[in-house]
Design a protein around this ligand. Structure first.
Ligand code: PAP
Length: 333
C-alpha cells in the first residue's frame, strides 16, 4: 500500500509523514481498531497510533536524558495538563513574579513542558535540546519499559500522575469524541468501554502503564514520585510541597507563610486555566487539537453520570485482577 493511503486509512492528515522503514515495521505489528485513528498497533506491549510509534522509536534512539531533567509521565487523561502546569510553576517560581507576568497565563502547559512523542520527536524531527535552560522539563505517555534508556539510567527525576480508571475512561471518551474525524461518526460509549476494559487504548493497557511506574516508584522512591489526581484534588498544598521537595526545590518557611504554595495552586487551578484566552481560543498544544478540549469538568467522580451497574462491575473486576497484591488501589464508591 502507498504510504499516503496508509495515512488516510489511519485517519491521519495527508501532510503527516511516516518513513518507509516505519511503514514496513508497522505492517508487522498486531493491530486493533483505534479510538481516533483507524488502527492502534501493539508496539513493545502497548497500544499506540502509527505516528506515536515512529516518534517513540525516534526518542528511544536519540533522546539523551541529563541528571537534572524532570520528566512528567502519565497515561492520557489522568491530569497531565495540570501536573505540567504545577511542575513548571514550582520549578520556575524564582523567575516570575506572579503579580506581574507568568508564562502560564499565555501559554498552554503542553507548550511549556513538551511531550517527547507528540512534539519533540514527532514528524521525524530530531530536536536540538542543548540550549534549554536547566532543569529541562519534558513529558511523556510512553510506558516505563519503553522509555529512552537514558531516562532510567540517569538521575533524571520522573513525576507520574494517575487517576481512577473510571474517571480516566470518561475523560478519554469525551475527548476522543471531540477530536475524532467527523467521517468516523461518534464513538459509542459501549464500544469504547469494551476496548478500554481489554486494554486497547492509546499507551494502554492503562493498568499495566500505572503498574510499571508504581513498581519503579516502590523500587526507587528518589527517582519516581507517584501521584494520584484524586489525592491532589483533596489536599493540593500537601502534594505541592511533596512535589517541590521531591524535585529538590522545597518551599521555604517564608514562602509557606506568604502563601506561595496556595498561589501556585490557584494559578494552575482548573477554573483559572480553563478561562485563559490561550486555553479557550488557542490550538496546537497537543497535535492540532483545540486547547479548550483539554479542559472539560476537572471533577472527581463524574463517571457516576455515565456508568451502568454492569460497567461498574466489569471495570472493578479488571482492576481487582490486575491490581491485587500490588498495593495500588483507587477509591471507587
Ligand atoms: P492529556 O492526556 O490529553 O494531556 P490530561 O490533562 O491528562 O489530558 O487530562 C485531562 C483531564 O484533566 C480532563 O478531565 P475531565 O475530562 O474529567 O474534565 C481535564 O478537565 C482535567 N484538567 C485539565 N486541567 C486541569 C487542572 N488545571 N486541574 C484539574 N484538572 C484538570
Amino acid at each position: 500500500m502507498e504510504i499516503t493511503k496508509l495515512f488516510e486509512s489511519n485517519g491521519a492528515h495527508k501532510d503527516e509523514d511516516l518513513t518507509n522503514e516505519s511503514y514496513e515495521f508497522l505492517c508487522s505489528l498486531p493491530k486493533e481498531k483505534g479510538w481516533r485513528t483507524q488502527n492502534l498497533y501493539l508496539y513493545q506491549g502497548f497500544w499506540c497510533q502509527p505516528k506515536e510509534i515512529q516518534a517513540t522509536i525516534s526518542a528511544q534512539n536519540h533522546f539523551q536524558a541529563q541528571d537534572s531533567d524532570i520528566m512528567v509521565a502519565s497515561i492520557p487523561k489522568s491530569g497531565t495538563t495540570w501536573l505540567k502546569a504545577l511542575t513548571f510553576a514550582i520549578t520556575n517560581r524564582n523567575k516570575y513574579d506572579l503579580t506581574k507576568y507568568h508564562p502560564l497565563l499565555d501559554s498552554n502547559p503542553h507548550d511549556l513542558v513538551p511531550f517527547l512523542e507528540y512534539k519533540l520527536y514527532a514528524d521525524n524531527k530530531i530536536p536540538d535540546l542543548s540550549n534549554i535552560g536547566h532543569p529541562r522539563l519534558f513529558a511523556t505517555h510512553i510506558p516505563l519499559g519503553s522509555l529512552p534508556e537514558s531516562i532510567r539510567s540517569s538521575k533524571c527525576k520522573m513525576v507520574y500522575i494517575c487517576r481512577s480508571p473510571f474517571d480516566t475512561f470518561i475523560s478519554a471518551w469525551h475527548f476522543v469524541n471531540k477530536i475524532r474525524p467527523e467521517s468516523y461518526g461518534p464513538l459509542e460509549i459501549e464500544e469504547a468501554f469494551d476496548m478500554y476494559c481489554r486494554g486497547v487504548v492509546g499507551f494502554g493497557p492503562h493498568l499495566d502503564h500505572m503498574l510499571g511506574y508504581w513498581y519503579e516508584c516502590l523500587a526507587k522512591p528518589d527517582k519516581v514520585l507517584f501521584l494520584k489526581y484524586e489525592d491532589m484534588k483533596e489536599n493540593l498544598c500537601f502534594y505541592l510541597k511533596k512535589l517541590a521537595d521531591f524535585l529538590g526545590c522545597p518551599f521555604t518557611l517564608e514562602e509557606e507563610k506568604t502563601g506561595a504554595v496556595q498561589e501556585i495552586g490557584n494559578l494552575c487551578s482548573f477554573k483559572n486555566m480553563k478561562e485563559l484566552e490561550v486555553n479557550q481560543k488557542g490550538k496546537g498544544a497537543i497535535a492540532d487539537f483545540e486547547n479548550k478540549n483539554l479542559f472539560r469538568k476537572g471533577d472527581v467522580g463524574d463517571w457516576v453520570n455515565y456508568f451502568t451497574p454492569m460497567m461498574v462491575q466489569r471495570l472493578a473486576n479488571v482492576m481487582d485482577e490486575k491490581l491485587s497484591g500490588s498495593g495500588l488501589s483507587f477509591k471507587v464508591f
